[in-house]
Design a protein around this ligand. Structure first.
Ligand code: HEM
Length: 511
């Protein structure tokens, strides 16, 4: 009918326009009817054929997704290319995902990063939920992150803390790059706990340089998005730049860490021989003796590399944000310094065991994790079977993104959410407040490194506040723009001015 009417007066362009309009309308109608009858969560129109909703995605991902949820609702079923994506952004929906549906969502989506850098999805972070993952997680909880093991390695962290104080005290004539400082300190802590050796120090030559290159490339590759993850057809056309970089990096990492294991077996390294504690690698090599077929060198390397990559940027980035916030809020810094002076004093350094008496310091770390969570949309999960969330049907194989950044910034959940107020965490034990604040995730796949991370961050931030006075290099406030990257890094490295506190000079000289 419409065509008949138009045939008398319409131009070719009108026909094209009407055909497109009819196509879009029938597509919209079909998807809405399909959704209504299959009870799927709401979606956003349009979902463009082939790319789906990828056209909406910009960096930082958590901010873009928060805007989308604010406009279209707290539960949405999107499409990233060929992948179904469930986006949730309220505490009650998160609770549903991680309590009654926790086992169903305990899988991880198969992304290129896990295939190559996770050794074909065999590391703790990328493995599917099943016997292998359960075994790795049991080892992590019992052998690596148990209170006993963390206490055994306490001296490593305390020693690195003192070395940091000594280094800063000798370099205080010029401002310091806090990003670099926290990154090196965290890597040294992790490497000493894992392998018994520091890699960032003046003595390190070739080996140290190689390791630094690997860490830098791991960070850059982790940050690079791979469209082939969602648009598999791109891989057929050879759009494989990121993949090639990952393969090259994985080769380098394997060779480097195999070398470390072999050197360790020869037992020649003085630094490793002289250490007093059992390293994480030793724990795994002991397990290898009893079960060599399971605990292969490859499994040990993959396991330890995973701890190194998940544990370093998260903890060091959070400390950098904490200091950026403190420099912009000197009264908070002063209050934390007073707390430390009152409970620890000037005769000894802050220690991890003091944290119970330093609630304000813990509030500062929590408030930093609220404003700048290192896992802003957690790590993606995937449903292994159909389930129901928010009353909607969720198909099997749906990737789950829980936007905790959106919840942390929601004015319905926090008063004046953009302001830095550590006091809002007073009276809250640990790093969790229901489902509105869970920076380490919740349920089976929550972060196993929480205890270690809170120890490293509390100790390091505490020591720096205790020993030095800090200020911004100039009048202007620290720029708090977020950069690209899965751990929500600060765009510009934080530069700070500092000087040793008069009352601490004696103690600092003994560091
Ligand atoms: C500020 C520091 C840290 C933060 C904010 C953080 C946060 C997180 C988050 C949000 C997840 C994902 C939870 C989920 O999928 O639902 C996670 C997973 C994980 N984290 Fe952390 N993390 C931190 C430090 C560490 C450290 C120090 C380690 C180890 C040395 C570590 C090891 C891991 C591992 C292995 C996983 C994957 C667990 C699995 O899939 O079973 N993290 N972390």
């Amino acid at each position: 009918m419409l065509m008949y009417i138009l045939s008398h007066s319409a131009t070719v362009m009108d026909y094209i326009f009407i055909t497109i309009a009819l196509f879009v309308a029938s597509y919209w109608f079909a998807t809405h009817i399909y959704r209504k009858y299959s009870n799927l969560p709401p979606t956003i129109f349009p979902s463009i054929p082939i790319i789906g909703h990828l056209y909406l995605i910009k960096n930082p991902l958590c901010r873009t997704l928060a805007k989308i949820s604010a406009k279209h609702g707290p539960i949405l079923l999107l499409r990233f290319g060929s992948r179904k994506v469930l986006l949730v952004s309220t505490p009650s929906l998160s609770e549903e995902c991680f309590t009654k549906n926790d086992v169903i969502f305990a899988n991880r989506p198969r992304l290129l990063y896990g295939k190559i850098l996770g050794s074909n999805y065999t590391n703790l972070c990328t493995a599917s939920y099943g016997d292998h993952w359960r075994k790795l997680r049991r080892i992590a909880n019992a052998e690596i992150f148990s209170s006993f093991r963390l206490n055994e390695l306490h001296e490593v962290r305390a020693d690195e803390g003192r070395l940091l104080i000594r280094k800063l005290a000798t370099e205080c004539s010029s401002p310091v790059n806090m990003k670099k400082t926290f990154h090196e300190m965290t890597l040294n802590v992790m490497m000493r706990m894992i392998f018994g050796k520091r890699y960032y120090c003046s003595k390190m030559k070739e080996e140290g340089k190689k390791f630094q290159e690997i860490s830098k490339e791991t960070f850059l590759v982790g940050d690079a998005s791979n469209l082939g993850d969602h648009l598999p057809f791109l891989n057929w056309f050879g759009v494989r730049g990121v993949e090639k970089r990952m393969i090259a990096l994985q080769k380098k990492r394997n060779a480097f860490f195999q070398g470390v294991i072999e050197e360790y077996r020869k037992g020649k390294d003085e630094e490793v021989k002289n250490k007093k504690h059992k390293t994480m690698m030793e724990v795994l090599l002991e397990l290898q003796e009893n079960e060599p077929k399971y605990y292969t060198d490859d499994l040990i390397k993959t396991f330890l590399l995973n701890l190194l990559s998940t544990g370093t940027d998260t903890s060091s980035g959070t400390m950098e944000w904490a200091f950026a916030l403190l420099l912009n809020h000197p009264h908070v810094l002063k209050k934390a310094q007073n707390e430390i002076d009152n409970h620890v004093g000037k005769e000894r350094f802050v220690d991890e065991s003091d944290m119970g008496n330093l609630p304000y310091l813990r509030c500062i770390v929590n408030e930093t994790l609220r404003l700048y969570p290192a896992g802003p949309v957690l790590v993606p999960h995937e449903s292994s079977e159909e389930c129901v969330v928010g009353g909607y049907h969720i198909p099997q194989g749906t990737m789950l993104l829980v936007n905790q950044w959106a919840m942390h910034h929601d004015p319905d959940l926090w008063s004046d959410p953009e302001s830095f107020q550590p006091e809002r965490f007073e009276g809250i034990e640990g790093a969790r407040d229901g489902f509105r604040f869970m920076p380490f995730g919740f349920g089976r796949r929550c972060c196993p490194g929480e205890g270690l991370a809170t120890r490293i961050m509390g100790l390091t931030v505490g020591l720096l506040i205790q020993c030095f006075d800090w200020e911004r290099p100039g009048e202007e406030m620290v720029d708090m723009t977020e950069g690209r990257g899965i751990t929500l890094p600060k765009a510009q490295p934080l530069i700070a001015k500092y000087k040793p506190r008069q009352m601490m000079l004696n103690l600092i000289s003994q560091a």
